[in-house]
Structure formats: structure tokens, C-alpha cells
Design a protein around this ligand. Structure first.
Ligand SMILES: Nc1ncnc2c1ncn2[C@@H]1O[C@H](COP(=O)(O)OP(=O)(O)OP(=O)(O)O)[C@@H](O)[C@H]1O
Length: 451
């Protein structure tokens, strides 16, 4: 009995310690079982308390009356499945007649504290079937992407969503994206993580970093082209437009051949081309975009107009040619001059880190997901890296990228330097390669020769 007590105290102490210091480990060791039991045991009463039950059917009442049995109580939605995950529980329920997925969505906060979970969200899978995703702890506090997250050439995991799901950057679904945020809000860390993920994929990376290359230059081994000032950015963007036009020519040539062949696929973009003909997709990463739009003289104004025109052309036509834009900045509104709102309309993937004012949040979401504006303004200063991500479908979620240091990103780029494709149009912009080991070799002391 004594031993049993000692073991019990030790287990409770270990659980308490894990819950306090390592909530993810606590969840996987104790939390998931306790929360699963709690949900199953309390399910009926919680649903009743949250107003998610319906009165019993009339035939049940009649049967009970005829059989002199107790009157049946209200009925909660039927549980189809309760699935544990790495970060929480997923409960799938079948609604009773007269219930609506909106009723569940409106009760998520009540469900959250009634089930003792950290966060609850819901979505309708199909008519009458709702999935309730519950997280057991604050998954955005210390973010680690699951090693088994799916990866493909133009779809890589970049962050974790607050419901515990992995947030992907999928260039085929959302070709161009805009990432906004105040200074020190986590934009560079987000972009670094993205580069580190893309490094191992079959894509060409092109960087435009007007902070003199401070962000991109250390990762130059994996970049097919780099520009570190507005002058070279202008030329690089013009070269990218030429590359895009060449890819269109290739697609046209393939279409001419396949048009004469009965039943052959007719390509509409690079992904329809046979693999041996398909040009490598290009991801163009622009850091601090406002630097490209500012000018102080007439010549600089003309250069700015040419830069914005090239960006607009790439945004409008790049998707089919496999040229994708990833633009990053503190603000991106009409105050940056003509062409900006037109360009922004093409950047349909939006991510906003902490912003300083509502206007900046509106620049990110005002036109695509107005509900996300408030969420972006509420991101606290003490959680850099937390962001709100939305796309044209109008849905949004809070996300946080893992904390990728520049060293980790550089290591990933160096490891995959051999994957860097050479693009003929961009040959003039191949970056000067940093030395892998820049530490000078220590001077060799020569021992005095014995007489
Ligand atoms: N995902 C994250 N998780 C934890 N900490 C983060 C994360 N992202 C950023 N940080 C912290 O916030 C600091 C600022 O991040 P970052 O340099 O990415 O900001 P920024 O928005 O690019 O700033 P600036 O515009 O001034 O370059 C980082 O040094 C890091 O310590």
C-alpha cells in the first residue's frame, strides 16, 4: 500500500511538472487519455448545458407513456468518432434533425471550458456532420512542425495553426502571397523558415533583398539569383519577365504538337507538361518591398514604375509559367504609389504578423477577409511570430512559424546547394557565394630549429 502511494504521488508530481514545463509531452503522456475520458463522460450533460440537444421524438414519448417507462431525456448529436491527435482531440458528430452547424460554431467557447480544453473550433464536413477540433494546450507557445508533415515541390509546411493543424504554403493553390508586419514582428523568421523548407525541393529561389542582402545573402548557395538593391532588382525582375515569356513559348510549342495528336493532354500551365519538359518553378522572395517603391528623384521614380510594372506582370501572368511571388513588408498600401493596389489584388495569400495600426491590418485583409482584421490587431507584442493567415476563400486562422534561426536556414541552404537550378536568363544575377567556412586558418607557429 505504501509503495502504491509513493508511485501515485510520483506520477501525479511528474504529470504536474510536465503540464507546467512541457505541455506537449504532458498531452501525449497523460493529457490525451484524461481529456478523452472527460469528453466521453461529460458529453451528454455538456451538450445539454450548451443548448445543443433536441427534445425526444414524439414516438419515443408515446412508447414510453404506453410502456409505463420513464420519459426519455433530450438528445445530443450522435458521436461518430473521437480521434486523439498530437495536439488535441477531434470529435465528429452527427446533428439531430433541426440542428445547424452554426449552433455548434456559436457554442465553441462554451464547449472549450466545459470540456476543459485550450481551444475549440468547428467546421461542417458535409450536411449534418460537424467536426469539432479541440486543442489540449497552447500549441502556438513553442512551435515544432511534425517531422511527418507532407512536403512536395511547391507545397511546404511553414507554420502551425492554433487548432494544431499544419499550415502549408501551397504555391499551386495560392500562387502569390503578401506577408505584412511591424518591425520585430517575425516576418524574417517566417521567410527564413519558408526558404529552409523550399531548399530541399525542386524549385529555383530568387531573392530581392534591398537591406543590402542582409537576410538573403548568407543563404546564397541555394539561390539561383539575388538582387540586393533597387537597381539590380529592376534588371532581375525584367529578366524574370523574359524567363516567364520563354516558358509561355514552351507551353505554346507543346500545345501545337499535342493539338495534332488525338487524345493528347493539352497543357495550360507548366504542371500539365511532361516531367522531362517541365521548367523548374521559380519562387521570388522579396524582402521589405517598400524599398522598391520609394524614390527621391525623377530617375528613381521611373525605375520604381518599371519595377512595379514587372511585379504586376509577374503576378498577373506568372502562375501558369510557374513563377510565384512571396512579398514581405511592413506596409503595402496605396501610399506607396500607383500600381500597388493592383499588385496587392493579385497577392491572394495574406499573412499579417503584429501590426501597428488598423490601417496596416486592413491592407492585409480588408479586401479578402474583413473578420481577420481585428484578430491581426490583437496579436500581442510579446509573441513575435504569431500571425493571422487568410486567403481568397475568406477563412482565416492564427498561426505561428517555428523559430528558425539564420544559422539553421543557412545550414539547410548549404546542405542543398547542389539542388540550385541554373536559369539562363538569370545567369547574370548568380550571387557571389559566401565561404562555407569563413574563419581564417590559424597561423602555424614554426618551432625553433634546434642548433
Ligand atoms: N516564430 C517565432 N517564434 C519565436 N520567436 C520569434 C518568431 N519569429 C520571430 N521571433 C523573435 O522575434 C524577433 C524578430 O523577428 P524578425 O527579425 O523575424 O522580425 P521582422 O518582422 O523581420 O523585423 P524587421 O522588420 O525589423 O526585420 C526574432 O529575433 C525572434 O527572436
Amino acid at each position: 500500500m505504501d509503495w502504491f502511494l509513493v508511485v501515485l504521488v510520483l506520477v501525479v508530481a511528474a504529470a504536474g511538472l510536465l503540464r507546467w514545463r512541457r505541455p506537449a509531452w504532458y498531452w501525449m503522456t497523460f493529457g490525451v487519455t484524461l481529456a478523452g475520458l472527460r469528453v466521453l463522460v461529460r458529453y451528454g450533460s455538456v451538450m445539454d448545458a450548451c443548448g445543443l440537444t433536441v427534445p425526444p421524438a414524439r414516438w419515443r414519448l408515446t412508447l414510453a407513456r404506453l410502456g409505463n417507462r420513464p420519459v426519455p431525456g433530450p438528445r445530443a448529436p450522435r458521436v461518430l468518432r473521437l480521434r486523439p491527435t498530437r495536439t488535441g482531440l477531434v470529435l465528429r458528430i452527427k446533428l439531430r434533425p433541426g440542428q445547424d452547424a452554426y449552433d455548434v460554431a456559436a457554442s465553441t467557447d462554451r464547449l472549450r471550458h466545459s470540456f476543459g480544453m485550450y481551444g475549440v473550433s468547428s467546421r461542417e464536413l458535409r450536411s449534418g456532420v460537424v467536426e469539432i477540433a479541440m486543442t489540449g494546450y497552447d500549441v502556438l507557445k513553442r512551435v515544432q512542425l511534425p517531422a511527418r508533415a507532407e512536403r512536395s515541390a511547391v507545397r511546404v509546411p511553414v507554420a502551425l495553426r492554433e487548432d494544431g493543424a499544419v499550415h502549408y504554403r501551397d504555391y499551386r493553390r495560392v500562387p502569390h502571397a503578401l506577408t505584412l508586419g511591424a518591425t520585430e514582428s517575425g516576418k524574417s523568421v517566417y521567410q527564413r523558415g519558408l526558404i529552409a523548407e523550399l531548399a530541399s525541393q525542386d524549385v529555383a529561389l530568387v531573392g530581392i533583398d534591398c537591406k543590402q542582402g542582409v537576410e538573403h545573402a548568407p543563404m546564397a548557395r541555394r539561390f539561383s539569383a539575388l538582387a540586393d538593391n533597387p537597381d539590380s532588382a529592376e534588371l532581375l525582375l525584367a529578366a524574370l519577365v523574359e524567363h516567364m515569356q520563354d516558358v509561355y513559348q514552351l507551353i505554346r510549342a507543346h500545345q501545337r504538337i499535342s493539338a495534332d495528336t488525338l487524345d493528347a493532354e493539352i497543357a495550360a500551365d507548366i504542371w500539365d507538361l511532361p516531367e522531362d519538359l517541365r521548367p523548374v518553378p521559380v519562387v521570388v522572395l522579396v524582402d521589405e518591398v517598400a524599398e522598391l517603391a520609394l524614390f527621391a528623384s525623377r530617375d528613381e521614380e521611373k525605375r520604381r514604375d518599371r519595377i512595379i510594372t514587372s511585379l504586376v506582370r509577374l503576378a498577373q501572368l506568372g502562375r501558369a509559367a510557374g513563377v510565384y511571388l512571396e512579398i514581405c513588408g511592413q506596409r503595402f498600401g496605396s501610399e506607396l504609389g500607383k500600381g500597388i493596389t493592383m499588385l496587392r489584388a493579385q497577392l491572394t495569400g495574406r499573412t499579417a504578423h503584429r501590426v501597428n495600426d488598423e490601417t496596416s491590418a486592413n491592407m492585409a485583409f480588408g479586401d479578402i477577409a474583413p473578420d481577420a482584421v481585428l484578430a491581426a490587431i490583437q496579436i500581442p507584442t510579446e509573441t513575435p511570430g504569431v500571425a493571422v493567415a487568410a486567403d481568397m476563400a475568406g477563412g482565416w486562422s492564427r498561426i505561428r512559424a517555428p523559430h528558425t534561426t539564420l544559422r539553421q536556414a543557412v545550414n539547410a541552404c548549404n546542405r542543398h546547394a547542389h539542388c540550385t537550378p541554373e536559369l539562363p536568363h538569370l545567369a547574370a544575377f548568380r550571387p557571389e557565394l559566401p565561404h562555407l567556412n569563413p574563419v581564417p586558418a590559424p597561423a602555424v607557429e614554426t618551432a625553433p630549429v634546434a642548433a
